[in-house]
Design a protein around this ligand. Sequence first.
Ligand SMILES: NC(=O)c1ccc[n+]([C@@H]2O[C@H](COP(=O)([O-])OP(=O)(O)OC[C@H]3O[C@@H](n4cnc5c(N)ncnc54)[C@H](O)[C@@H]3O)[C@@H](O)[C@H]2O)c1
Ligand SMILES: [Zn+2]
Ligand SMILES: [Zn+2]
Length: 380
Amino acid sequence: MRAVVYRGPNQVEVTDVPDARIERPTDVLVRITTTNICGSDLHMYEGRTSVEEGTVFGHENMGVVEEVGSAVTRIQVGDRVSVPFNIACGTCRNCLSGWTSFCLRTNPTEGMAGAAYGYANMGPYDGGQAEVLRVPYGDVNLLELPEGTEHENDFTMLSDIFPTGWHGTELAGMREGDDVAVFGAGPVGLMAAHSALIRGASRVFVVDKEPDRLRLAESIGAQAVDLSAGDPVEQITEATLGRGVDCGVEAVGYQAHDASGEEHPELVLDNLVSVVRATGGIGVVGVYLPEDPGARDEAARQGRIGFDYGSFFMKGQHMGTGQAPVMRYNRQLRDLIVAGRATPGFIVSHELPLEEAAEGYARFDAREDGWTKVLLRPGA
Ligand SMILES: NC(=O)c1ccc[n+]([C@@H]2O[C@H](COP(=O)([O-])OP(=O)(O)OC[C@H]3O[C@@H](n4cnc5c(N)ncnc54)[C@H](O)[C@@H]3O)[C@@H](O)[C@H]2O)c1
Ligand SMILES: [Zn+2]
Ligand SMILES: [Zn+2]
């Protein structure tokens, strides 16, 4: 079958790989209808992770069930499904308490909790930027969708970024009526802003420097803050009459940079500590890694990020972090889509056949104007 394979920094290739097959009785094979390129894939694409060459990328997957293993009872051939990016066993201590993103069983890497498809350090699982995906523990992991093709571009956000954005607001302890600052107007930041507005935020400030992304934030009723026009903390502090916001979401990650493009991994954390009021919450869904081979200094290469912990403590703030447990939210978010209350597909800018993935990666990675979210269609 055809799949998107990592060949080294800034290189992916669509090529033939062995067909996905049922390996364990609890497996399900899903024929992929839509698979998205994620900002997380770009960390690997740019050579900023320890991912191995030859890895099939793709953790934002949906499709139609093609085959089920002999122990699968709930999911049936022909079901239209969303595949959460987390691979969970469903029965370990973390899964049972709702933290499927920290499953204790599915990642064989020593010391790592949590597994995902086609991702550095997240276990030996091929990604879904391919014709067919093997889903372990299919009964546990798959979310059923209404049959047909309706809402495809909305439902395809259920595997990762819509639940991740929602999780950011949850980690921040957001409540209705809050003023919220979201750093990053990439797909994850835009989903966090969409979530905050659905959840009844008073005002949502979205910070970035890419004009097309800021325009999308405005299109859903958020207030754009252009960091290239001046310090975003000052802009938001002024707009809130000196109070700052009630809570904030970090949707940028360790490759955060200033207006000139220079990287400062602590920059957004510092900005959030400054702009969130005392006792407010900060939800960090942007990724930080224990090893960053491309970092500028030795500490950051070992994942040590020197942010303003002193002010964080003095302000009595709290912070939540980590990969989102998609299954905690995806059913409700699916139903919000069906009811017409959520439209996460508003960020989709490009729909390409799988064969054009290399171009999609290069242009999305360059944050080319208008390349906000790229969907790949293996069947096209
Ligand atoms: N926790 C999770 O479960 C989870 C899931 C998906 C993605 N992620 C992570 O979320 C982050 C965002 O993902 P994405 O797909 O939106 O990525 P993206 O790279 O498309 O978007 C990041 C945005 O941040 C902006 N940015 C850079 N520096 C900034 C700064 N100083 N202030 C404000 N904005 C700044 C960039 O211009 C860009 O638009 C990535 O780190 C990704 O790995 C986490
Ligand atoms: Zn993703
Ligand atoms: Zn588990």
